[in-house]
Design a protein around this ligand. Structure first.
Ligand code: PLP
Length: 488
């Protein structure tokens, strides 16, 4: 076999990159649903390379073969786009990443890119670690990051144990994330980034995103937002100026529940004081090709396509789930066994007004059903049961159709008691700061008819009828929970 020469491959790659850039331009003219349905997979590509398959192919392959040593050298030297080895890249991952990047950048004239990961936690680690590196000019300087303490339980552990406790990377906790002065008071010259979850899981903390972005940028540091609960159908932080968005694609994006998946999506030329031009120019691609190549947290081709397949209908599902959740929240709000309902969609929620500034169903103005902008608040709500920890477990144990699972954003309604599950590791103090009492049930309403979800809740709450329950609920008492454990 004769050699083609490296330049041959570099020239060919240039052409395909041009085609790629034009395709993105075309997709950016389409509405959200069209982008979600087609993503980066075109009819031309299907006909030329994939036997006309109308669905993106699953490349279940560890690695890629090369035509000759020149192509191999160019590929492994990252001189041409390639997928060489599935730990780093794979065509199936590429389709998912392309779709995520387009959806998070939807509606704004910004360039975005994505790196798909094996889980949401991997996406968080991949996003924050590059900012926490030792400063070669000042290797002994302390390093800190400022993040809200209302975060997902796994994130809390990653920050509190793996970073703060084990590596001495100080987590400066923002307790009231809606207080911009508190954010600012925690920042100093050693702060590497600001981090927040919005809305938070399960407490639905919410902050003025634009102000936090402005604040971070005024200190020259990036703002990283976990927008898992909202999904790009309701909130796209990159379009408001945030630098990186985290998606636990396991949740709102993959409603089917087929597997675990994550992604980080970044805007080009993000803000950071770290002196690394490649990293700042295209963070997601940098992470994908370098740190994640070495650390290995990227997604499998199978999970990438399963996730992609669910994303196609993201907007209509988030709309349906939101409407169902609103109906359920209104029902629970009036129920005699309920102490309170927390749902950003309810006017009674103290953050309702702020949430209404940010949470909009994308493209509602182009939807024949609405024809105008419409607020939607997502599938995550929680409620507190009167009577404390044991009463809460009694109601929870009586669910017949709502699944008892530590899950979120499913097509099936799921519920959990965060204090004894997702948020059990962080201890009483951590839960108190994150506002997670023992009598809190987190409920994520899915795609069933809301009447049937309400009927299930109604019969479960009837378990408390006639029972003698404590009049006041000791919010952070462990009595109920631990004695129940002993009985089992
Ligand atoms: C579940 C979740 C994560 C972690 O994602 P995994 O896919 O489970 O690793 C991160 N953030 C939020 C808000 C979550 O709900």
């Amino acid at each position: 076999m004769t050699s083609n020469g490296k330049q041959h491959y570099i020239d060919a790659a240039k052409k395909s990159m041009e085609w790629h850039a034009n395709y993105i331009k075309e997709m950016k003219k389409c509405r959200f649903d069209t982008v979600a349905v087609h993503g980066m997979y075109s009819m031309q590509e299907s006909l030329d390379y994939n036997q006309g398959s109308i669905i993106e192919p699953i490349y279940m392959s560890s690695s890629q073969a090369y035509r000759d040593s020149d192509e191999m050298e160019a590929a492994l030297g990252y001189e041409i786009p390639t997928w060489c080895y599935s730990r780093i890249a794979n065509p199936s991952m590429y389709y998912l990443e392309g779709a995520m990047a387009l959806l998070e950048g939807y509606g704004a004239d910004i360039a975005t890119s994505a790196c798909a990961t094996s889980s949401g936690m991997a996406a968080i680690q991949s996003s924050v670690d590059p900012f926490l590196i030792v400063d070669p000019k000042n290797p002994d300087a302390p390093r800190n990051f400022v993040a809200t303490c209302q975060v997902y339980g796994g994130t809390f552990q990653q920050f509190a144990i793996r970073k703060d406790q084990e590596k001495g990377l100080e987590w400066r906790k923002v307790v009231n994330s809606n207080n911009i002065e508190e954010w600012e008071s925690k920042i100093d010259k050693n702060t590497r980034f600001l981090y927040g979850e919005m809305p938070s899981n399960p407490a639905q903390a919410f902050f003025d995103l634009k102000k936090v972005i402005e604040l971070g940028h005024s200190y020259g540091i990036p703002v990283i937002i976990d927008a898992t609960v909202a999904s790009p159908a309701l909130l796209r932080p990159l379009t408001l100026g945030a630098d990186i968005v985290i998606q636990s694609a396991t949740k709102s994006m993959t409603t089917s529940g087929f597997g675990i998946a994550g992604g980080l999506i970044s805007r080009e030329n993000l803000v950071s004081k770290i002196e690394n031009d490649d990293m700042k120019a295209n963070f997601a691609t940098y992470v994908k090709l370098l740190p994640n190549r070495d650390n290995g947290p990227n997604i499998s081709p199978m999970n990438a396509i399963l996730t992609l397949n669910d994303i196609r209908t993201l907007r209509s599902k988030m709309d349906l789930f939101s409407r169902n959740t609103m109906a359920v929240a209104k029902f629970l709000e009036k129920h005699k066994h309920i102490e309170g309902v927390d749902y950003l969609g309810l006017e009674s929620h103290h953050l309702h007004e702020l949430a209404s500034k940010y949470l909009w169903l994308v493209d509602a103005e182009y939807d024949e059903m609405y024809g105008k902008p419409v607020n939607r608040y997502g599938h995550l709500m929680s409620f507190r049961v009167k009577g404390g920890a044991q009463a809460t477990r009694d109601v929870f144990d009586a669910f017949k159709r709502i699944w008892r699972a530590t899950d979120l954003g499913r097509i099936k309604s799921v519920a959990t008691i965060p204090a004894i599950s997702t948020h059990s590791q962080q201890g009483e103090e951590g839960r108190k700061a994150a506002n997670i009492p023992m009598n809190l049930i987190r409920l994520c309403v899915g795609g069933e008819h809301s009447d049937d979800v309400i009927a299930d809740l109604d019969q479960a709450l009837a378990a408390l009828d006639g029972k003698k329950v404590a009049v006041t609920s000791p919010l952070f008492s462990f009595g109920g929970a631990s004695s129940a454990k002993l009985q089992r």
